[in-house]
Design a protein. Sequence first.
Length: 385
Amino acid sequence: MCAMICEINHICGGCPLRCLPEAQYRQQKLEQFDKLLGAVKQQNITRGQPIFITDGQRRRAELTFLRRKGQLFLGFNAAQSHDIADLQKCLALTPTLNTMLPDVRRLLADLCAVQSHKKVKNKVLTEQILQGEIWLTEAENGVDILLEIDNELNYEHRVIISEWMQNNTAAIRFSAGKKNSRPETILQKTPPFITIGGYQIFIPAGTFLQPSAAGEKTLVDLVLKYIGSTTGNIADLFCGVGTFSYPLSKNIKNKITSADSSAELLTGFQKTVNAHSIPNIKIVQKNLFKYPFDTTELKNFAAVVFDPPRAGAEAQVAQIAAMPHHDKPAKIVAVSCHPQTFINDANALIASGYVIKEITMVDQFVYTRHFELVALFEKGENNES
């Protein structure tokens, strides 16, 4: 069975392996996974059944746009290039996001056509939106849109956005701002939400989510499987929107300490916890790269779950490794989207007395070379003298 044919696959860098038949693609992914495990300093690692998320489920996409010579280009970057592979549809995206693409293209063309005038040192300068990024996130109740540009939106821009939003039934929120800054909500019909662990979670504009709902559920299921019957104090580090905290808190015997660095994200997390009166989640703002939980703070945790960015959890793992053996958490569940940093973290844990009991590959970046994994570490025999 071959992958669905993409008209721009030869230039787009989004799905470089889409040219392969599905069986060959999956075999190649498994070989990558086996090669990764070869760098782990432990023999006889049990592999869980690999999980392949099917095509057409990406609910979140960052698209680049550029206006050149009166023409708008919208899409992903071309392979090994900053050029834009102009797309009309994307086979990796959900049907809802694909349906929106023509309307998004028209909106961006209208915004880019607007000329702004401002006076600088007795000169009148003309400005236009010529490039930027637009994030599309399919929540459960509609599509959340974030426009990232260097320009300030004027009154005409805002009118165009408002009219477009009123005429687009799928779009429920539109925000705008400069990259890496707090965005402004231009128009919100209703707050976007997803459901995790049975709770409605309202998501901030531009927040990190797993690429697909199916991938998110798979990771949650694996974390719960690996935590198993372990109860008590559990740390959810690099917790994000609370992807693992909410389902872990369902067991009232658990007390969850959820930590991340984003004040805005954690404010939303806390509001949701308060709204649902969840008594056993404690939220802590903490930069775990600079100020990880130290050996004393970790002492009473029965288990630790961590899901760091691509940089990995080196500083936090070092603190776990430095603990006296009898104080170490019985279980560590590691979720990773970057093989090399996982290897470093895994080998540090193994050297400190942990054993990988099982590791599972999760492929939700379909037809790419990337994959995620979830690994269960358990404390081994006490070798301290």
